[in-house]
Design a protein around this ligand. Structure first.
Ligand SMILES: NC(=O)c1ccc[n+]([C@@H]2O[C@H](COP(=O)([O-])OP(=O)(O)OC[C@H]3O[C@@H](n4cnc5c(N)ncnc54)[C@H](OP(=O)(O)O)[C@@H]3O)[C@@H](O)[C@H]2O)c1
Length: 161
C-alpha cells in the first residue's frame, strides 16, 4: 500500500529553499510516531535537505542521477515503476515528499497522514494536486499550530467495474 505523510499550510505550501517553512516540534513528533521502523520514500532534494539523519527507518530515495549513492538508503531511478510494483502490497510505503514525489504518488495513495498548518507561510513549493474531496477523515487531532488528520481514500464510483 502507498500512503503519504505531509504538512501543508492553508495554500498547500510545503517548502521553501529546500527546507520546511516552519519548525513545529509537535508535528515532527507525529512524523516520527508514524514513520518509525517503517518504509519511507522521498525525493533526492528532500533527502539532501534533511537537517539530520532519520534513524530507525528504511529509506528509499528517488533520484535520476545514476551516480547518487548515499549511505544506508536504497536509491530508485524510476518512481513510477516503484509505485506500480507496491500499490497493492500489504506492506505500507509512506511517501514523504517533496513536491515532485507527492505529485506523482498522489493517485496511488490509499491513506494519508496530513498536518494542516494553521498559519500561512512564505513558500516556493506546493502539494498542488492534493484534493480534500478525495478523502474521508478517520482521525482528527487539534494542536495549537496545526490540525492533524489521518485520511482514507474515498471509494471512486466511476472506478468500479
Ligand atoms: N511539508 C512537508 O511535509 C514536506 C515534506 C517533504 C519535503 N518538503 C519540502 O519539499 C521541497 C522539496 O521538494 P522538490 O519537489 O523540490 O524535491 P523532491 O520531490 O524532494 O525531490 C526531487 C528529486 O527527485 C527526483 N525525481 C523526481 N521524479 C522522479 C522519478 N519519477 N524517478 C526518479 N527520480 C525522480 C528529481 O529528479 P529531477 O532532477 O529530474 O527533477 C529530484 O532529484 C523542500 O522544500 C522540502 O523541505 C516538505
Amino acid at each position: 500500500m502507498i500512503s503519504f505523510s505531509v504538512a501543508f499550510d492553508p495554500n498547500k505550501g510545503i517548502g521553501i529553499r529546500g527546507a520546511l517553512p516552519w519548525h513545529l516540534k509537535d508535528e515532527l513528533k507525529i512524523f516520527k510516531r508514524n514513520t518509525l521502523y517503517k518504509d519511507i520514500v522521498m525525493g533526492q532534494t528532500t533527502y539532501d535537505g534533511l537537517p539530520r539523519k532519520l534513524v530507525d527507518r528504511y529509506i528509499t530515495v528517488a533520484s535520476i542521477d545514476p551516480d547518487y549513492h548515499p549511505e544506508d538508503v536504497t536509491v530508485i531511478h524510476d518512481l513510477q515503476a516503484f509505485l506500480e510494483e507496491h500499490e497493492y502490497d500489504e506492506k505500507e510505503y509512506i511517501i514523504c515528499g517533496g513536491a515532485s514525489i507527492f505529485r506523482q504518488a498522489y493517485p496511488y495513495a490509499r491513506k494519508a497522514y496530513v498536518s494542516f498548518v494553521k498559519e500561512e507561510y512564505e513558500v516556493d513549493t506546493w502539494f498542488d494536486n492534493f484534493d480534500m474531496d478525495d478523502w474521508d477523515v478517520v482521525v482528527e487531532e487539534d494542536h495549537p499550530d496545526f490540525i492533524y488528520r489521518e485520511l482514507s481514500r474515498r471509494p471512486c464510483p466511476e472506478c468500479e467495474g
